[in-house]
Design a protein around this ligand. Structure first.
Ligand code: SR1
Ligand code: MG
Length: 432
């Protein structure tokens, strides 16, 4: 029993089936009766229990918070994360209907969330490790981030509405603390949660930690993470938070949702594309990665500016779509009529106010991408990307190269004038 949630208990499989039987809408979606339903545990992330339940008509996915970290029960944790995930889905689903899942039910006593199930989809990280090349995913994630962030910011909605939402997500302190510590703090000094299994990384880690420039840049990113509530973020947009097929992309796992700098979501995604590049032995991986980052950034800017161009300020609500950033009326490019080519700077023809705003998002994206790469190699929560590399020796060489690359991004943070300047070197490195 949990002192703050007296009706809470961790549900086993029969408990999940009993709960769903009592929910008429969910039972109708599954079809038949409970005796015809199958249930399977698919817990994969670090934090929660997850089950897929299938019936004769359809399936649902059931997620329950545990009073601890699933992969480390000694790490106690409040239960409220599924509440924030349910809130996030309810807030963003109308903005990105085909790019996430619908929240079907949330039980505030059991901290159980029920969403549409995604049968036939694969975790994108897993698919990439198996060699999938699904061209829809990157532009879909660009569209997702652009619409979900623009639509929850004061660029689009009245500030009163945005401030109310900010107050809700400001209470997601547990998961904001995890990100602050695991992504933006622990890796930069000795901490028992950090680990890496080869002393041949020690010198790079030492260089990263000894650099005053890195310290200053990471301090700046920490500060922006805490003090720059531009939009509602997913907050953990790595490739394990995406499920996809060759033709369909869905963002899942929004429990880390908070208001923060838009470049944080961009950087998490891009950082994981870069991790993949260093783990991929194929000779084309570098060029493909740079191409994907171009497609992501250009797609994000195109969709964000398209949204901006169609948000209509009214004189009675000057705070709404942020009149400060209004384009010159004569500027056709600001009406979303242009799509930049892959190697063009997508900001070059924008009105100055909008270009400046998006340039700051770009700088954040580069910085947070670097911190994501570093923490996934030397911090608490490593990713599986490098596991496909057959020898320990080769894994170390590639991890080292990724760390050196991320270190370079931080050392030159703020000087990159576009994707090529920041990430172009990835294409040239061939076999690491
Ligand atoms: C204790 S949670 C560790 C990590 O898992 C989640 O997916 C987040 O990425 C978090 O940093
Ligand atoms: Mg997750």
């Amino acid at each position: 029993m949990n002192a703050h949630a007296p009706r809470y208990r961790t549900l086993d499989m029969p408990g999940i089936l009993a709960l769903l039987s009592g929910l008429p809408d969910i039972a109708a979606r599954l079809g038949g009766d409970g005796a015809q339903w199958t249930i399977c545990e698919v817990s994969d992330g670090n934090l929660n229990n997850v089950f897929v339940v299938d019936g004769p008509h359809g399936g649902v996915c059931v997620k329950q918070s545990l009073p601890y970290v699933r992969v480390d029960p000694s790490w106690k944790m409040p239960l409220d994360r599924t509440f924030f995930e349910a809130s996030y889905l309810r807030d963003i689903h109308p903005l990105v209907p085909g790019l996430t899942t619908r929240c079907l039910h949330f039980d505030p006593d059991l901290f159980v969330l029920v969403v549409e199930s995604l049968s036939g989809h694969t975790v994108y990280r897993t698919a990439l490790m198996a060699g999938a090349q699904w061209p829809r995913v990157v532009p879909d994630i660009a569209t997702f981030v652009a619409r979900a962030t623009f639509g929850t910011s004061v660029l689009c909605a009245p500030f009163e509405h945005v401030f109310e939402r900010q107050a809700v997500y400001a209470r997601n302190t547990t998961l904001r603390r995890i990100t602050l510590d695991l992504v933006l703090d622990d890796p930069y000094h000795d901490h028992p949660r950090n680990h890496w299994d080869d002393r041949r990384l020690d010198d790079v880690v030492g260089r990263i930690r000894a650099s005053c420039t890195v310290r200053r840049v990471v301090d700046g990113l920490r500060l922006r993470f805490l003090t720059c509530p531009q939009a509602l973020l997913h907050g953990d947009l790595h490739t394990g938070s995406i499920m996809a097929t060759a033709t369909d992309t869905r963002v899942i796992d929004g429990e880390f949702a908070i208001y923060g700098p838009i470049g944080f979501d961009c950087g998490m995604f891009v950082g994981n594309l870069v991790l993949r590049r260093f783990a991929d032995p194929s000779p084309d991986a570098g060029r493909a990665c740079v191409h994907d980052i171009h497609r992501f950034w250009n797609g994000f800017v195109a969709e964000f500016t398209r949204q901006w161009a169609t948000a209509h300020p009214t004189p009675s609500d000057p705070s709404g779509p942020c009149a400060f950033f209004l384009p010159d009326a004569a500027d056709a490019s600001s009406r979303g009529e242009r799509t930049p080519g892959p190697s063009q700077d997508p900001l070059q023809d924008l009105p100055p106010g909008r270009a400046a705003f998006l340039r700051a998002v770009f700088e954040d994206m580069v910085g947070y991408a670097a911190t994501e790469i570093i923490r996934r190699i030397i911090g608490y929560a490593h990713t599986a990307d490098f596991d496909v590399i057959p020898t320990h020796e080769a894994r170390t060489v590639r991890r080292r190269a990724a760390l050196v690359f991320a270190y370079g991004l931080l050392c030159h943070h703020g000087t990159h004038d576009g994707v090529n300047a920041a990430f172009g070197a990835l294409a040239g490195q061939g076999e690491v």
